[in-house]
Design a protein around this ligand. Sequence first.
Ligand code: GDP
Length: 425
Amino acid sequence: MTTAVVGANWGDEGKGKITDMLAKDADIVIRYQGGANAGHTIINNYGRFALHTLPSGVFYDHTTNIIGNGVALDITKFCDEMSNLIDLGVPTPKVLISDRIQIVMPYHKEIDCFEEERLKGEMFGSTKSGIAPFYSDKYAKIGFQVSELFDDDILIPHLKKVLEIKNVLYENLYNKPKLSLCDMVEKTHYYRDEIKKYVCDTNEFLQEAIKSNKRILLEGQLGTLKDTDFGIYPMVTSSNTLAGYASVGAGIPPYEIKEIIAVTKAYSSAVGQGEFVSELFGTQGEELRKRGGDKGEYGATTHRPRRVGWYDTVASRYGVKTQGATCVALTVLDVLSYLDEIKVCVAYNINGEETKKFPTTPLLKKSQAVYKTFKGWKCDIRGIREYDKLPKECKEYVEFIEKEIDTKIKYISNGPGRDEIIYRS
Ligand code: GDP
């Protein structure tokens, strides 16, 4: 049985917590897209962790954790994350890396920084992890598959060719000193030695796993609204965040993905720039940001303050449906307990007309939120494990969202910890 855990919104929905929780019953956990540009926060018996590259199954000794071919692998960050876990007392996890994965090169990260410098005010809000230059090179067919690191006869001529192109940019567009082949060979040899023991044919491994009915969890990064094709282009990420892409980025037949759990937060949050119709500003926004998540709404990778807002059923229905969700996990519901009144965006007003359809970016820029107001429940709901024990107002809020997004809310998360969950049958 294969299940995908994906984001329905802008990312940071709490996918890490849900994956960590479900990994208890999984044999294999796989990351299939994105890179070290976003983090999953996980709180469990070992402590509080922000995972950027490692799959969220690394805390269990019965799981095999796979970094799939669709991921942008930053070898330095991967190694740092592994040693950090071990230093904090987590038993060495079993990790496999696809031999078809491509690697983030040092110039990808530098180009990200140079581009932000060049664009000044018009920047995209990159996390400077090299993700856009990495995926550009992958699809321009000048990227490096990890397997090339093990063959200098292929690696060195390839490096020479690519540096020719990069050095034109370095010198003429960015005004920077040229990259040296010698340095790059040294770095890639270092990468090779660090990564060697993890690299294998994960495609074959997964074919066998499927044959023997292993329980597989696919872990998405970011959410629908950051998907390159279906998100708020151009303020999107450079890979597809949809469950559908998991088939490509992990190497799993599409028909094997039986369950798709879309994670959506009980209010909205987004990091970086881009359209956000139900955004809250001023003291209301500041209060929610301070109280949000487990330690306030600040990015797990960049620590940037996240933008926050009311729950947006227009964006979320689109996010859930585009993921093809079979059910939903609604997270951080406990955070809203302080509010007297809670608003929910139920439609967009575009040029005087109301719609429940999530539009493309030019119309999104003109969209204004139409709100419905709910009475708050005004009591702490952490510690509750049965749905029926939630306050009436809280259930009304959940059931309204469920109706609007037209998908069963199967899990309600009412605290950041692994066990802080309510199952709804
Ligand atoms: P991800 O990238 O989707 O895994 O999300 P992040 O880790 O970036 O952000 C989610 C934040 O919410 C983290 O700080 C989590 O610890 C926290 N979190 C997850 N679920 C809950 C919940 O139900 N309640 C509270 N208070 N915090 C939660």
